[in-house]
Design a protein around this ligand. Structure first.
Ligand code: BG6
Length: 467
């Protein structure tokens, strides 16, 4: 009908599908006289383009179905005059409002049917928790895969978007002074430490169902571990990196009960302020044994890492907020300076500290002469202060959202990675819960349960974050 109007917006207009299929199909409909008299086609995409550039791009793929049909060139020109372009982000209300304004101008006050063609692959970003154990995680994956392909699912672990975690691969694979040392031959232990100086206030309902092992260790710390310990990927391509991460996760021994220490914070008064216990939160069930702290020792049974303890520590309501990776190196063979590292854990040792947050930095402890005697050594830190160099470090979510928009999957968790991660933690989580293991209680704002030190000492390790 003459007065009917249609506005067609092709979202993703600079993409292959739009170019090869959608615009040619719209042209064919126009050519056959199937489109209403008043129609406007808007291409919408993130690329910057003028109307003329869009028309030029589109014109290359337009053809009249039967060659040499009369008026073909003329028809193409008329069609192109109805095609416009608006550049905008896919998640920007403002950009869509601008588009709306332009559409209205073209519709000229007529009632219009608006059609939006989303010529972009649908993606879904999923936040953790990805289940509570292997079975519930597998059920979640199955449910998602009913509707989506694996490459449309973006499982977020925001620790992978943290600048210093991403830099881990750069540090290791682009520095000759580190890469050759990255093995059991030179590394004595690796520590992954997460602590927060606040409790679960207000989030008790969620937290109590999960606990610190599921909230932090099975995902954030384990992901860092996988990145840290993986073999060199074939390339920086998402699948190559994730293949290596899965391999290392699958080479790990499931966590054993004797290698876990769990704790829960109790109330503590400091400077006249009374800090509540975990169970004082009225969203937490009375008598809950859910751990708000855990320390664990994990092992990778492969040639590179055989026998090297990977120690994790994560806790709420501790004395400081920080996340860091500490790599303690072995002592120099021959021991000219009589350093007795194996028995005296206080002796200076080379240590690489990756300070994920706050005060993002990389520090390397190196030994120096402390006083007049050659035998008294002290470790000083060589440092790369990211905070000073970079001025502004984007939040992990900014980085990850942009990656998801662009379809970059490198920093998202693939389903086989997730399965491997749950396989490591599910048995011990079940055991902790079935046996009703009582957590070690630690005062709010303290350094956590002393059991964490005994666990480390069993593997001849001293936590590096005690200073
Ligand atoms: C979340 C956990 O994944 O990470 C929270 O569920 C935790 O318990 C948070 O507080 C920490 O994130 P960040 O970026 O503040 O260290």
């Amino acid at each position: 009908k003459d007065e009917s109007t249609v506005s067609i917006t092709v979202v993703g207009a600079s993409g292959d599908l739009a170019k090869k299929k959608i615009f040619p199909a719209l042209f064919a409909l126009y050519y056959e006289g199937c489109l209403p008299k008043h129609f406007t086609i808007f291409g919408y995409a993130r690329s910057k383009m003028t109307d003329a550039e869009l028309r030029n791009m589109v014109s290359k793929t337009l053809a009249c179905r039967i060659d040499k049909r009369e008026n073909c060139g003329e028809k193409i020109d008329q069609f192109l005059k109805r095609c416009f372009y608006h550049s905008g982000q896919y998640d920007s209300q403002e950009n869509f409002a601008e588009l709306d304004k332009k559409l209205k101008e073209h519709e000229g006050g007529r009632v219009s049917n608006r059609l939006f063609y989303l010529s972009i692959p649908p993606k879904v970003i999923v936040e953790k928790p990805f289940g509570r154990d292997s079975d519930s995680s597998a059920a979640l994956t199955k449910a998602l895969k009913q509707y989506l392909e694996e490459d449309q699912i973006f499982r977020i672990d925001h620790y992978l978007g943290k600048e210093l975690v991403e830099n881990l691969s750069v540090l290791r694979f682009s520095n000759l002074i580190f890469e050759p040392l990255w093995s059991r031959q030179y590394i004595r232990n690796v520590q992954l430490i997460f602590s927060e100086d606040f409790g679960t206030e207000g989030r008790g309902g969620y937290f109590d169902n999960y606990g610190i092992l599921r909230d932090i260790m099975q995902n954030h710390l384990l992901q860092i571990l996988a990145l840290f310990a993986m073999e060199t990927p074939v390339s920086l391509d998402a699948e190559d990196i994730r293949n290596e991460k899965v391999k290392v996760l699958r080479s790990m021994r499931p966590l054993q009960l004797e290698d876990v220490v769990v704790g829960q914070y109790k109330s503590h008064t400091k400077g006249g302020v009374a800090y509540p216990a975990y169970i004082d939160d009225n969203t937490v069930p009375k008598g809950s044994l859910t751990p708000t702290f855990a320390a664990a020792a994990l092992f990778i049974d492969n040639a590179r890492w055989d026998g090297v303890p990977f120690l994790m520590k994560a806790g709420k309501a501790l004395h400081k907020k920080r996340a860091e990776i500490r790599v303690q190196f072995r002592h120099v063979p021959g021991n000219l300076y009589n350093q007795n590292f194996e028995t005296d854990l206080d002796q200076a040792t080379n240590e690489l500290i990756i300070r994920v947050q706050p005060d993002e930095a990389i520090d390397l402890k190196i030994n120096n002469k402390q006083g007049p005697s050659n035998n008294i050594l002290n470790a000083n830190e060589l440092g790369v202060p990211f905070v000073d160099i970079r001025k502004e470090i984007p939040d992990a979510y900014e980085r990850l959202l942009l990656d998801a928009i662009e379809g970059e999957r490198r920093l998202f968790i693939r389903s086989d990675e997730l399965d491997a991660a749950w396989a490591l933690f599910t048995p011990v989580l079940k055991e902790l819960e079935e046996k009703n293991i009582i957590p070690e209680y630690y005062p709010y704002g303290s350094r956590g349960p002393v059991g964490a030190h005994y666990l480390a000492a069993r593997y001849n390790v001293r936590w590096g974050d005690l200073g």
